[in-house]
Design a protein around this ligand. Sequence first.
Ligand SMILES: Nc1nc2c(ncn2[C@@H]2O[C@H](COP(=O)(O)OP(=O)(O)OP(=O)(O)O)[C@@H](O)[C@H]2O)c(=O)[nH]1
Ligand SMILES: [Mg+2]
Length: 302
Amino acid sequence: MSNATALFRAGYVAIIGEPNVGKSTLINALLGQKISIVTRKPQTTRQRVLGILTLADAQMIFLDTPGILEPKYLLQETMMRSARRALEDADVILVLTDAGNESYLSKVLLAVVKPLQKQKPLILAINKVDTLHRDRALPMIAEMAETGMFEEIVPISALKTENLDRLLESLKSRLPEHPALYPEDLVSEQPERFFVAEIIREKIFEKFHEEIPYSTAVEIREFKEREEGKTYINADIIVERASQKGILIGAKGSALKAVGQLARKEIEEFIGKPVFLELFVKVGEQWRKSGSWMKRLGYSEE
Ligand SMILES: Nc1nc2c(ncn2[C@@H]2O[C@H](COP(=O)(O)OP(=O)(O)OP(=O)(O)O)[C@@H](O)[C@H]2O)c(=O)[nH]1
Ligand SMILES: [Mg+2]
């Protein structure tokens, strides 16, 4: 007779990799809902984003992180600090690479990941295999296996949700036996304002090019329910220089209006209520190099 209590596992999985390999796409696909913004541009994610997946036999807490790079200014240093902190918190580390990239593991990424191999299980997922002919993933898998760093290597497509079941099993089996750490209906722990600011930032990444997205941050000033059932949201878009302010606003306010319309639609879907969104553009001189701005925008964790 088997009456053993079913084993339950719970723990943290940090998703780490170079910019643009699909980390945020993957966390959204694993959770079946959008909690982390995705764009075609690198360096979209700026801080750790937590997503909780509760299954019958496990609770897997995923940590999306900023892409690993050589930092050139304080914002990027802060981004790298939050990625490293996710690695410290993780029970299992999921290294993600892009099947289409020339080099599979960049030097900076290796420097971050290599020292961890004796401390924590490392799993490698090779993403975007939908962009390759089937056979082309094989040499990459072989080359990565030769490094001896990874307990398992799983080719996936986050976008097409291919092979994600296998990836989940592989990660789950390496989590410690532990009761759930969060209530089972919770998907994330960030407040609504965080998601709203991120949605606005995503639209700016989509709409503008070159240095504009990277010089922009979003700060929610007011977020309140009104009697008529509408939520009033007032946000500042922070840019680094006055010249960028003009670009963001556009002729007769057209560019800002377009961002506002796209963002409002998605915010309404997200909170499930009609929204009145007001956007203002403000200059925060050199905010990307300022410690006090890092704190104010919630990018630095301490
Ligand atoms: N073809 C294909 N594209 C993908 C896949 N996964 C992600 N992408 C695309 O890759 C781009 C970057 O995706 P993100 O999820 O933002 O990548 P990220 O690693 O979070 O990027 P950063 O936050 O900038 O480090 C987007 O255009 C995605 O649609 C995939 O499996 N296949
Ligand atoms: Mg991302």
